[in-house]
Design a binder for this molecule. Structure first.
Ligand code: SAM
Length: 281
């Protein structure tokens, strides 16, 4: 028996329901329920919150979220083999767990959740990054969620919290830091997972800011940053040449030397440049 609930240990659940990890679904499971409860606590105070969990698998993190007091958990899992195991958890927590068997990249969850909402997930890394970018770039801000607590490959986690001047600094850092407060809250070695992946992982907690840190038009900022880092070794006056005929003048208006490179420019200056570009177009 685990220490957080009286459901069977996850190894038994996996054997009973035949959920051998599939590489094609990026399945690296967390089997230590004390660890999944710890990750649930890193999401903050869950009571009074709906929690959206993507990729529950056999349900380790799901059990952590419920044991830590989430009002409701909506769990979206692509692998139908996990449904029976998740149904057993739902029975144990009546009315608090809804499971949807679907691809999270193709599902609109908005009708299934009531604010305030937190999101928690241990996802395959490619799906995690794609969803993170979507959650950070909704048409309006603030978004439907209060916080995100997400497992990433450590190298990706470092890109989310990176500061100007570092190799990891780029579009992901700027997107995350413009409208949220990202922080690495836990490092995990490969052995924490079954099977163990090749690389270390980290949990990133992002709190949504009420409003963006600096004023900018989202689409323009996105375009400027994507172009600037697409050719990160070039001087900005040539990397951004296609943006506007007088890009040198606009860089000057934003207080950026045209000979600078993207990786040395902070968020505030990128927002100033986006405003200059938007005003001039
Ligand atoms: N949360 C479980 C844990 O911590 O042990 C499982 C983590 S495992 C890294 C990723 C899970 O995401 C798997 O259960 C996998 O089937 C699921 N998954 C992968 N792609 C998905 C997608 N597009 N939509 C929903 N679930 C997905």
């Amino acid at each position: 028996m685990s220490q957080i609930d009286d459901l069977p240990p996850l190894r038994d659940v996996i054997d009973q329901h035949g959920i051998a990890a599939k590489k094609s679904l990026g399945q690296n499971f967390l089997l230590d329920l004390n660890l999944t409860a710890k990750i649930a606590r890193l999401a903050g105070n869950l009571s009074g919150h709906d929690v959206l969990e993507i990729g529950p698998g056999p349900g380790g993190l799901t059990r952590g979220l419920l044991a830590e007091g989430a009002r409701r958990v909506l769990a979206v899992e692509k692998d139908s083999r996990c449904m029976a195991a998740l149904a057993d958890i739902a029975t144990k927590y009546p009315g608090r767990l809804e499971v949807i068997n679907a691809d999270a990249l193709e599902l609109d969850v908005s009708n299934h959740l009531t604010a305030p909402i937190k999101i928690a997930a241990n996802l395959p890394y490619n799906v995690g990054t794609e969803l993170l970018v979507r959650w950070l770039t909704p048409p309006t801000w603030p978004p439907f969620w209060d916080s995100l607590t997400l497992m990433f490959q450590r190298e990706v986690a470092q890109r989310i919290v990176a500061e100007p001047g570092s190799k990891a600094y780029g579009r992901l850092a700027l997107l995350a830091q413009w409208r949220a407060d990202p922080e690495i809250v836990l490092d995990l070695p490969p052995e924490a997972f079954t099977p163990a992946p090749k690389v270390s992982s980290a949990v990133v907690h992002l709190t949504a800011l009420k409003q963006p840190r600096f004023e900018a038009d989202a689409a323009t900022l996105n375009r400027v940053v994507a172009m600037a880092f697409n050719q990160r070794r070039k001087m900005l006056r040539s990397a951004l040449k296609g943006l506007h005929p007088d890009i040198e003048g606009l860089l000057g208006d934003a207080g950026i030397a045209p000979t600078e490179r993207a990786e040395r420019i902070g968020l505030e200056a990128f927002c100033a440049l986006s405003r200059a570009v938007k005003n001039a177009s």
